[in-house]
Design a protein. Structure first.
Length: 571
């Protein structure tokens, strides 16, 4: 019997005699891909090696966990024999990239209720391929007759409510396909999500399936809460761009394609033909959208903003630095831009309530003229961090540090590019350390009419000037016995919980209990009645759930609840 391998944070894990489906349902995090792993989501069986490489090759060389999802079967209206043999193409190509025998452990695995094929390389089990086998939609997304004109584009645009995998196993809905990709991310826990061009528009000369695979992957990663970076790679439209793959990578990229080609009669079959055809155009190029940093809770939008200057005439205000759009679009109106500002320009985020953060992510304006080269982050606790080398193409500059509990942070530009006229930022993000927002939140009851829902207890708003009551979780008549539960897809190692009671004078928690997935409990005394945080510290423990149960309330309590619950990772 072949050993069945999955991933852990420390590499390959071999599991004998255990159902993978059971493992996936009961212990998804124990077989994750992080840290440093990559998940690639592409449409067809050669898109990864044509458009994403040499990045995949570099991951494999570094022995990072590398899994590629093929959304469509790439059947091209050619029938089952063609698409099944075409799947052997990436198997051969990845074995070549890994310098390993083309031997694979093939199995089925369930994600979000869908059954898909998941193969891992025998000699390099950190290398995997997942086949979803949705129908190839043709260049324009109109679909092919043999698959009833179904396509992922029609699914994405709601023209069809469902489509069918070409192997007859799955019926995909729009929400279901997104959930499937999200479940893969949550299970493998990659730190990099690579996909096709999610920023481009349908009809721009790229294949419809390319864009739509990117759209679905992008939608899924927006809900994936582990820290990660997402990048979208251009397809056919890059044909007119200059070759930009270095010589050594160029030779390797073509050789990888040659390993794929014997399994796909529709492509060039040797180097000579490939060097004189369309695949030459793609083999020596790699262009991608600006990378985005995502995951955990970005608390930057919770702050108010001031700046040394801002361009009010063009609407390029300080608040545009936190609209979650500046780094995903070429629309310059989504940026914060100074008026003639250079060195010494600054932007400051000020929170009405303290936030515990451990990273700030800065995106420079992506134009070639205005560049913030270096800067300084200064925090309300008086500490500061020098920042060097912001990328000039608008990609993320991630600044990490030991957790700081602060009420403001100011970024000051200390050096600019020689051509700078109006320095600024496309986006500023600040990430909270609390793992509470990564959880699914349920409660004994909630007040829906005033939107005082269970999820409001993890929305980043604790208590402070200008924060409304609809940022709280409030039960509907709940008193003693009321509870709030957090469930995580993967285990969290924690040692502190910070509880903020509802700040009104009537509703007060005078006692409670924290219960973890292992059955252990920690008692909680009375919480401050003004909504300020009460920290409950305990010995480090790893858990997949946390339930806070109210064991005592004040005599004036009508609707017990919480303004916020923060769960801090163990340090």
């Amino acid at each position: 019997m072949k050993r069945i391998s999955r991933w852990s944070a420390f590499g390959a894990v071999t599991v004998l005699g255990v159902s993978l489906a059971t493992m996936h349902a009961d212990a998804a995090s124990a077989v994750g891909c992080a840290p440093g792993g990559a998940l690639n989501v592409v449409a067809h069986q050669d898109d990864d090696i044509l458009f994403l490489n040499p990045d995949i090759q570099r991951d494999i060389d570094a022995r990072r966990c590398t899994v590629t999802v093929f959304v469509t079967a790439g059947d091209a209206d050619k029938g089952e024999a063609y698409w099944r043999e075409r799947e052997n193409g990436p198997r051969a190509a990845y074995a070549f990239m890994a310098d390993a025998d083309d031997d694979w452990n093939k199995r089925t695995e369930k994600f979000a209720g869908y059954q898909v094929e998941f193969d891992t390389l025998e000699d390099r089990p950190e290398v995997g391929l997942i086949f979803l086998r949705a129908p190839d939609g043709a260049m324009d997304g109109s679909g092919f007759p043999t698959t009833k004109k179904e396509s992922v584009q029609k699914l994405y645009q709601d023209t069809l409510s469902s489509i069918h995998s070409v192997d007859g196993v799955n019926t995909y809905t729009k929400a279901g396909l997104t959930d499937l990709l999200l479940d893969i991310m949550q299970t493998l826990q990659p730190e990099a999500v690579r996909t096709q061009d999610y920023a481009g528009k349908l009809g721009d000369r790229d294949h419809s399936d390319h864009h739509v695979a990117g759209y679905f992957a992008y939608a899924a990663q927006k809900r994936y809460t582990n820290p990660h970076r997402v990048v979208g790679y251009q397809g056919y439209p890059m044909s007119g761009a200059a070759a930009n793959v270095a010589y050594a990578d160029e030779d390797r990229k073509l050789a990888i394609f040659e390993a794929y080609a014997p399994h796909d009669p529709l492509v060039c079959q040797n180097a000579a033909d490939c060097l004189n055809g369309a695949h030459d155009i793609r083999s020596f190029r790699q262009y991608h959208t600006d990378g985005e940093y995502s995951g955990t809770q970005n608390v930057a939008p919770l702050a108010t903003y001031t700046a040394s200057s801002q361009n009010t005439k063009t609407g390029q205000l300080a608040t545009k630095a936190v609209d979650n759009l500046g780094y995903t679009t070429t629309d310059t109106s989504r940026e914060w831009v100074t008026v003639g500002g250079k060195t010494g320009s600054w932007i400051q985020a000020t929170w009405p309530n303290a936030q515990t953060i451990d990273r700030v992510v800065l995106y420079d304006r992506p134009n070639l003229s205005d560049q913030a080269l270096n800067g300084t982050l200064k925090f309300s606790d008086g500490s500061s961090i020098a920042v060097y080398g912001l990328p000039d193409n608008g990609e993320a500059k991630v600044v990490t540090f030991a957790p700081k509990k602060v009420t403001n942070v100011r970024f000051t530009v200390t050096a600019v590019g020689a051509k700078t006229v109006n320095v600024g930022l496309a986006e500023l993000q600040a990430y909270s350390t609390t793992v509470a927002p990564r959880a699914t939140v349920t409660a004994s009851s909630q007040t829906a009419g005033t939107t005082q829902l269970a999820g409001k207890a993890v929305d980043g708003y604790t208590v402070g000037t200008g924060i409304g009551y609809n940022r709280e979780w409030a039960t509907s008549g709940g008193k003693t016995g009321s509870w709030l539960r957090l469930d995580w897809k993967s285990p969290q190692t924690v040692d502190r919980v910070v509880l903020h009671d509802r700040p009104n004078a009537n509703d007060q928690i005078t006692g409670g209990t924290l219960k973890f997935s292992d059955g252990s409990t920690v008692s909680v005394p009375a919480l401050p009645n003004n909504g300020s945080g009460y920290t409950v510290s305990f010995s480090k423990r790893t858990t997949t759930s946390l339930t806070f149960t109210v064991t005592g309330v004040s005599s004036t309590t009508k609707n017990v609840g919480l303004a916020e619950i923060q769960v801090e990772p163990a340090r």
